[in-house]
Design a binder for this molecule. Structure first.
Ligand code: GLU
Length: 281
């Protein structure tokens, strides 16, 4: 029985793109007699608020979605993500990174040709090369730091032939090197999107992940994390993103197209669903 989820971050208002994604995930489960879960990805207290979360509930009720309760709020499960990070750290798969954004940019400029991954320049490895003594001294001094994945160490454990399936794009070989030594524990919030999402999808038994193609590249890393943490591998359904008439991706900051404003303008969810290409009732 398939289990899908919609996992918004309450950092702003939902827009048509979220409605599209949520309806796809909901429909996938409903058409197959499966389960649909809602998860609130609110690990970043500087960008998320309970007011925005309530707004998301209003929007999803308006869309006609029904989900199981209790809803998982990531902000209430920081211990889980800390335990997952600990399990990686204990195997030497994380290293502390003391760099600021500026340090990283400066190093990329200095090196001239920094290797680029799918998401931009890769972390140039400054803190990967610190000596054990320097690392210990900076940690003992309480210097703020993130924890990064030591990709080489991780791949030495898992091998490089991990695979995952995308329902639209077909079988994929995981290529986490396209993302490099990513931060898995942010210095400000003590976890990261990647760690929390992979943990929760496993914990909640999600079998089919329906989400936008903007997260396709992240899946290469997620597959590696699943292997490292002993989690099952769901099937992915990365869907195209909705664009505006100029071909630009819909973004949360574009207030005109929020679901709330559509709702207030009197459009019905059925009209919106039709506009987004779903077959009528
Ligand atoms: N919370 C993420 C977002 O709002 C989505 C996570 C996911 O679907 O994996 O972009």
């Amino acid at each position: 029985m398939p289990v899908t989820r919609f996992a918004p971050s309450p950092t702003g208002s939902l827009h048509k793109g979220h409605a599209y994604s949520a309806w796809l995930a909901h429909g996938f489960a409903r058409e197959r007699g499966g389960r649909f879960l809602l998860r609130i990805e609110d690990i970043d207290p500087t960008r998320c608020s309970s007011e925005k979360t309530l707004g998301i509930f209003d929007d999803l009720v308006w869309l006609g979605l029904e989900w199981e309760t209790p809803v998982r709020h990531q902000s209430e499960h920081r211990d889980d993500y800390a335990a997952a990070a600990r399990s990686l750290a204990e195997r030497g798969l994380l290293y502390p990174c003391f760099c600021t954004r500026r340090d990283i940019l400066r190093e990329i400029e200095r090196a001239g040709q920094a290797p680029h991954g799918s998401e931009g320049p890769l972390y140039p490895g400054l803190c990967r090369h610190l000596s054990g003594d320097e690392r210990a001294a900076r940690l003992a001094a309480g210097e703020p730091h993130a924890l990064r994945l030591d990709l080489a160490a991780a791949l030495a454990l898992t091998g490089t032939d991990l695979v995952w399936d995308d329902a639209l794009e077909g079988p994929q070989i995981a290529r986490p090197e396209r993302l490099g030594d990513v931060v898995l524990v942010r210095k400000d919030i003590g976890t990261s999107y990647h760690l929390a999402v992979v943990h929760d999808d496993a914990l909640q038994g999600i079998t089919d992940i329906v989400r936008g193609v903007d997260l396709f590249e992240a899946t290469h890393l997620h597959r590696l994390l699943q292997a490292l943490l002993g989690y099952p591998v769901p099937t992915y359904h990365h869907h195209p993103l909705l664009t505006d008439p100029e071909g630009r991706r819909l973004a949360k900051r574009d207030r005109a197209i929020t679901l709330r404003s559509l709702r207030e303008s009197g459009i019905s969810p059925a009209d919106l669903k039709k506009e987004l290409g779903f077959p009528g009732p």
